[in-house]
Design a binder for this molecule. Structure first.
Ligand code: FBP
Length: 517
């Protein structure tokens, strides 16, 4: 039986942008074409000419019965079930006989035609609830000719009009390739707690807000704890595979003593020296405690380790035996590799994910850093009591914040409209998200316009470029302005748990990442 809060959340009515209130009065219109790199055009012979689509009001459009397939891809992010409920309500609004088919356990469900027809009762049970558990998810990549053929077969067997892919950068890259081969509309929805699926048009991916608010609650509690007992240094690693958006957002929400931002690309020696110096300076003022945040992707930004990882990625793609791969490293990299703690050496060799990414959540950077800091402190005859934490999975499937509940429901409704309008090869973008939902602005963006070439599993591949923390962005500049003060002062902030009821400035805040201009 659901908890009282889960039950109360079932009844929450998401707020929607004015233009989506009545889908029969909205249409999508193409904008001027955007130039694409020649190499990208070649990869998308069918869909390269897809244009950005803007939404506008236009008379009353006839409804038609739609059969829409949907799947989640990659890690969970709070709000996913609201994309499903918005999509379900949207297609039913367009035509009451429309059907929503959920493919089970991610892309795998599409390939194997494992599916569930989603009824009203299924959807009503997950409104405003966390997780992806109604239909599940996975990181399977649709890559081979056979897999694309199997996907096309599933589309035919279910007589789909549209397929909605709810995923991050790699899954939406996959959606662009699916749009090339499937004779239906393929629509991407930007999901990932990491917040790195962003562009001029996509302000933030869904799930980021709820995850950051969850981590910030826990960091605030730790800050209060350490302020009370004054005996521990807490090293807290935060999820965010490549970019440091989560670490930056949590830093702004909780004001810890130090936050490392990978995108600053500091060498390892400088990072360790900064932490050692922080501890020495705080000790001088009688403070032998503190809180330090680091992003899980930090290790990939440290210039010397980045080169080593990229070489290992290439070697491991060709040579699955790790010992062989190591023996092929040049001398400089081999020396660096063996200078790392044994545990980290092993973790750097762990299997890459199906998209060729190193699995940084499995690398214990926080412990590694602590070990180096302790070594540095030993030379100064200083000892600390330290505790290490990793906050990741705790924030991916929580009850979505009102922001994510509203945002995701709007994305679902928008996906229904895009399916009726036969849009394909596009990802949905909602702008002005820091304003009330009624004022949000919507567009569908060609996925190919977000792509660039990157080395993956030892080969150059066209993928959506990950959006890293912009060191000129208003939120980073705010952090830059304040961070020196947070080092010695204890300016800790406790944002507390996500609020669902009460004043709007408690319940409906947007992420800080998009709140400053
Ligand atoms: P997505 O990009 O699929 O949303 O996943 C992001 C993430 O939560 C990262 O922050 C983390 O590194 C990774 O997933 C962990 O993946 P897994 O669930 O496979 O352990």
């Amino acid at each position: 039986m659901d908890s009282p809060l889960q039950q109360a959340r079932l009844a929450y009515k998401p707020q929607v942008p004015a233009i989506l209130e009545n889908l029969s009065e909205a249409i999508l219109v193409p904008n001027a074409p955007t130039g694409l790199e020649e190499a990208i055009v070649k990869l998308f012979p069918k869909t390269h000419s897809v244009r950005k689509l803007s939404i506008q009001k236009e008379g009353t459009q006839p409804g038609r019965k739609l059969t829409v397939g949907v799947f989640f891809s990659g890690g969970p992010a709070a709000g996913g079930h609201n994309v499903l409920s918005g999509l379900f309500d949207g297609i039913k609004q367009i035509h009451p006989d429309s059907n929503l088919i959920g493919f089970l356990d991610g892309p795998k469900g599409l390939i194997e035609n494992k599916r569930k027809i989603l009824e009203k009762s299924d959807i009503d049970a997950v409104r405003n609830q966390g997780g992806f558990d109604l239909i599940g998810s996975s990181r399977v990549k649709i890559e081979s000719k056979e897999q694309f053929e199997a996907a096309a077969k599933t589309v035919r067997e279910n007589s789909l009009d549209a397929l909605v892919v709810i995923g991050g950068d790699d899954s939406n890259t996959n959606a662009a390739f699916l749009a090339e081969v499937l004779p239906i509309s393929v629509i991407g929805v930007p999901k990932t707690i990491d917040g790195d699926l962003r562009s001029q048009e996509i302000e933030i991916s869904f799930g980021f807000d709820s995850a950051c608010k969850t981590y910030a609650e826990m960091i605030g509690n730790i800050e209060k704890d350490t302020l009370s007992t004054k005996k521990y240094y807490h090293f807290i690693k935060l999820m965010g595979r490549s970019a440091s958006h989560i670490a930056l957002e949590c830093a702004l929400l909780t004001q810890p003593n130090l936050t490392l931002i990978g995108e600053e690309k500091q060498p390892l020696t400088k990072i360790v020296a900064e932490i050692v110096d922080l501890i020495v300076q705080r000790k001088k003022t009688g403070k032998e405690y503190g809180v330090i945040l680091l992003p899980e992707g930090l290790i990939e930004f440290i210039p010397e380790i980045r080169d080593l990882i990229s070489l290992l990625n290439q070697l491991l793609a060709k040579e699955p035996k790790p010992e062989e791969a190591i023996s092929q490293l040049n001398e400089e990299n081999r020396t660096l590799f063996f200078s790392l703690p044994e545990k980290i050496q092993k973790q750097l060799l762990f299997e890459r994910d199906p998209h060729g990414n190193i699995q940084v959540s499995k690398i214990e950077t926080e412990k590694f850093l602590l070990e180096l800091v302790e070594r540095g402190l030993k030379e100064k005859n200083i000892k600390i009591n330290a505790a290490v934490h990793f906050f990741g999975y705790e924030g991916r499937s929580c009850l979505p914040s009102n922001f994510d509940a509203n945002y995701c429901y709007a994305l679902g409704l928008f996906a229904a409209l895009a399916a009726r309008e036969k849009a394909t090869g596009v990802i949905l973008a909602i702008k002005n998200l820091s304003l009330p939902p009624q004022e949000w602005d919507l567009a569908a963006i060609p996925i190919s316009s977000l792509m660039h070439f990157e080395m993956r599993s030892g080969k150059e591949k066209a993928v959506i470029a990950k959006a890293l923390v912009d060191l000129q962005s208003p939120s980073f500049l705010r952090f830059l302005r304040d961070r020196a003060d947070w080092k010695l002062e204890d300016s800790y902030r406790m944002p507390g748990p996500i609020q669902f009821f009460g004043a709007l400035d408690l319940t409906d805040t947007a992420p800080l990442a998009i709140s400053w201009r």
